[in-house]
Design a protein around this ligand. Structure first.
Ligand code: ADP
Length: 458
């Protein structure tokens, strides 16, 4: 038993070795059925190589003995060819296949010619068409079938006119030959059709499996990405919560602490004013934070309505300018407005309040974060969209943060205490998307940032 197992193992190793020499993996990319066909061909050679030696010697002796010298030469040539395609290291897979098929065909024809209808010629020809379909393609199978049919017709005609070897004519009865011929061709056809449909079925199955596999991979990738996003969102929420508690506590402490101080008797007028100012600022800071949280939750829960009205963009920018000029002046920033249309042409139909809110956020950020001397703002109107921009020449946003900056809670510097919650740009993006537009930025460290957003005009 062990010996048989060892022999089988040795044979399998030999088979693998031959396969790896004949079938080079670089010949194939994804067509697995082709790999299967190549391996099948290699297996045929594994058997045919050594077996042809066993077959050749007795048949050669028999041919010489019977005086069939030409057949002996054919036999030898066929044998040498099989050995050549078995041992050659340079032949390509396709050439090996073609040579083997031609060899098989020529032996079939020679056997038919020299040994007649009762010899193994027809079996070889049948094998020729079956192998052509199996190792090459259905098309080659049908070509082989036609070649067989033609050869049969030629030999039958030659036999009829007694133009062939005597051997071939022995037992030649026209009716019997026609029956053999028809059976041969029909059997041949059935073989080619069944092998073709088997291969086609396999191909379809493999293709479907590959598609399923691909879909699965895409889904897996989607799940992986979703998990990464969920983890990232979780991480950001934790940071947000830490930030939030600080954001809430600081103004609350301000309000409570300074309200307490105001209660003290005999507080000087100057100090009272200062305390009231701090309470006022802290209150506003709280209010902003609450407003941001309400805004983002409304956007995310789909509660925000779009209200389309006629809006004069020049008016909108004028009111932005007057709202921000005092703050900009305090920070020694010059606000430069670029209006590209005359007043009477600057009317568009859109949700003016949302656009105003987006611009307020962008201008606030430019004043708050950029530390730039000038902030330019304006718009450009095209046929079917309007593009707004807010440009500063300040500190810029690092490349690695630019993609994520519109996500909730993302800030460039999380350790910074005086700044916001990281919700402003997420709210802007939410509003832009509600209006079916796009928002993006261009930024270079120490050179400045420009935020753009477009709104389609309907
Ligand atoms: P916040 O509500 O905290 O202001 P935003 O979402 O508006 O958050 O902005 C996110 C981060 O983007 C800010 O923390 C800031 O670091 C950075 N940022 C936004 N605008 C600018 C700008 N014009 N220049 C430099 N950094 C900016």
């Amino acid at each position: 038993m062990d010996k048989i197992t060892n022999m089988l193992q040795a044979f399998n190793a030999f088979r693998k070795n031959i396969r790896s020499k004949i079938v080079r993996q670089e010949d194939f990319k994804e067509e697995t059925i082709k790999i299967w066909q190549a391996n099948f061909f290699a297996d045929i050679l594994v058997f045919l190589g050594p077996l042809s030696v066993v077959l050749f010697i007795p048949s050669f002796i028999m041919c010489i003995h019977d005086g069939l010298n030409i057949l002996a030469i054919f036999d030898s040539i066929a044998f040498v060819v099989v050995q050549y395609i078995f041992f050659s290291k340079t032949l390509s897979l396709k050439t090996r296949k073609t040579i083997l098929l031609v060899d098989l065909y020529l032996i079939g024809v020679a056997l038919l010619y020299f040994l007649g209808w009762s010899g193994p010629g027809l079996v070889y020809l049948l094998g020729f068409s079956a192998f052509s379909t199996l190792i090459l393609s259905s098309r080659t199978g049908y070509i082989a079938l036609s070649m067989n049919a033609l050869m049969f017709v030629i030999f039958a005609t030659l036999s009829h006119f007694q133009l062939v070897e005597d051997k071939m004519l022995s037992g030649f009865i026209p009716a019997a030959i026609i029956t053999v011929g028809l059976n041969f061709i029909i059997l041949n056809l059935v073989l080619v059709i069944s092998i073709s449909s088997l291969i086609k079925g396999l191909q379809t199955k493999i293709k479907t499996e590959q598609e399923v596999q691909q879909k699965l991979e895409i889904e897996m990738e989607g799940h992986k990405q979703a998990m990464i996003r969920a983890e990232e969102s979780d991480r950001l929420k934790t940071i947000f919560m830490a930030n939030m508690s600080h954001e809430i506590r600081t103004p609350m402490n301000g309000i409570l602490g300074f309200a307490q101080l105001l209660r003290e008797p005999h507080v000087e007028e100057e100090k009272r004013e200062l305390f009231l100012k701090i309470i006022d600022e802290s209150g506003h800071r709280m209010l902003n934070l609450i407003n941001d949280i309400i805004d983002i939750s409304q956007i995310e829960s789909g509660q925000v309505q779009v209200v389309i009205k006629e809006v004069n963009v020049n008016d909108l920018f004028d009111s932005l300018l007057s709202a921000f000029t005092p703050e900009a002046r305090r920070e020694e920033i010059h606000l430069s407005l670029r209006k590209t249309l005359p007043h009477s042409h600057a009317i568009i139909r859109t949700d003016g309040e949302k656009i105003y809110a987006i611009l307020v956020n962008l201008i606030k950020n430019a004043i708050k974060y950029s530390k730039s001397d000038v902030i330019e703002l304006g718009y450009e109107k095209f046929d079917n969209l309007i593009k707004f921009f807010v440009k500063d020449s300040g500190i810029g946003i690092p490349m690695e943060k630019q993609l994520a900056i519109f996500d909730r809670f993302v800030k460039v510097d999380y350790s910074s205490t005086k700044e916001g919650t990281g919700l402003g740009l997420a709210i802007c993006k939410g509003h832009v998307e509600l209006l079916e537009g796009e928002i993006w930025l261009e930024s270079q460290i120490k050179k400045g940032t420009t935020f753009y957003f477009t709104i389609p005009l309907k």
